[in-house]
Design a protein around this ligand. Structure first.
Ligand code: PGA
Length: 251
C-alpha cells in the first residue's frame, strides 16, 4: 500500500444540485475504512459545493473546486476567490485543467498566477494539471510541453511552506475518450515530470503525481501499479457512485 494516495472526482459541468446531493447520499454509505491512506476529493460545480458540506461525514472525503480565480479580491465579475472557497470548506482546487487551457483560453501565465496565489497565500492545496495534445505528441514535443508547463507554473512557489502539491498528468488526447494512455506512455511521461521537478527545492513538501484521462474500473489497477502514480483525477466515471467507489477499492 502507498503512503498516501488520492482518488479525485472532477465532475466538470455534469451534475446539477439534485444529482450532486443524490451522489453523496449514496456514496457516503460505502465503507471507507478499507484504506485510510487514500483521500477522496470531490470537485463539484461551484454552485453545488455549499449543499454538500454537511452531507460529507467521513474523514476520508474532502471537497475541492474545479477552478479558482487568479485574483485575491475586487472587481472581477464572475470570479470565485480562494478565500471564498476556504469559507466553503474546500481543501483543494484544480488549476490548469486542459479544458480551461484549450476551451477557455487559459494561458501558462494565468495558470502560474493561480497556482502561486493558492500555494503561497491560501489554505487550499492545488491539483495542478499538465498534459500534451495529440498534435504535440505527433510533433515530438511532449517533453518540451510538460517541462514548460511545469517551469512556468512552479518557478515562484514557496516550497518552504511545506504544503502538499498534486501534479496530475493528463494527456489531452486521452481525456473523455474512454481510452486511457497505455502504461508505457504513462510511465515515460510521469518519469519526465518526476525528473524535471528535481530542479526545484521541494524537500520540505510532499509532491504527489497523479494520472488522469479515461480512468475507469478496468484500467485503474494497472495504472496504479506504477510506483510513481499516487492516484487519479477522474472525470465522467466519477459521476457514478458505484464506479467511482470501485476505483477507490483498487487502491
Ligand atoms: P475523464 O476526464 O476521466 O472523463 O477522461 C478526466 C479529467 O478531465 O480530469
Amino acid at each position: 500500500m502507498k503512503d498516501k494516495s488520492f482518488c479525485i472526482a472532477n465532475w466538470k459541468m455534469y451534475l446539477n444540485n439534485i444529482e450532486s446531493i443524490n451522489f453523496i447520499k449514496k456514496f457516503i454509505k460505502y465503507d471507507f475504512s478499507l484504506n485510510n491512506n487514500c483521500e477522496i476529493v470531490i470537485c463539484p460545480s461551484f454552485t453545488s459545493i455549499p449543499l454538500l458540506i454537511d452531507l460529507i461525514d467521513s474523514n476520508n472525503i474532502t471537497l475541492g473546486s474545479q477552478d479558482v480565480s487568479n485574483r485575491e479580491k475586487g472587481a472581477f465579475t464572475g470570479e470565485i476567490s480562494s478565500t471564498m472557497l476556504e469559507e466553503l470548506n474546500c481543501k483543494w482546487s484544480i488549476v490548469g485543467h486542459s479544458e480551461r487551457r484549450q476551451l477557455l483560453g487559459e494561458s501558462n501565465d494565468m495558470i502560474a498566477e493561480k497556482l502561486k496565489l493558492l500555494y503561497n497565500k491560501s489554505l487550499i492545496k492545488p491539483i495542478f494539471c499538465i498534459g500534451e495534445t495529440l498534435d504535440e505528441v505527433q510533433a515530438n514535443k511532449t517533453q518540451y510541453i510538460l517541462e514548460s508547463q511545469i517551469e512556468s507554473a512552479m518557478t515562484d512557489l514557496n516550497f518552504n511552506s511545506g504544503k502538499d502539491l498534486l501534479i496530475a498528468y493528463e494527456p489531452v488526447w486521452a481525456i473523455g475518450t474512454g481510452v486511457s494512455a497505455d502504461i508505457d506512455t504513462i510511465y515515460k511521461n510521469i518519469k519526465i515530470i518526476k525528473d524535471f521537478i528535481k530542479k526545484f527545492d521541494t524537500k520540505n513538501c510532499n509532491i504527489y503525481l497523479l494520472y488522469g484521462g479515461s480512468v475507469n474500473k478496468d484500467n485503474a489497477s494497472e495504472i496504479y501499479s506504477l510506483d510513481e502514480v499516487s492516484g487519479f483525477l477522474i472525470g465522467s466515471v466519477s459521476t457514478d457512485p458505484e464506479n467511482f467507489y470501485s476505483i477507490y477499492k483498487q487502491f
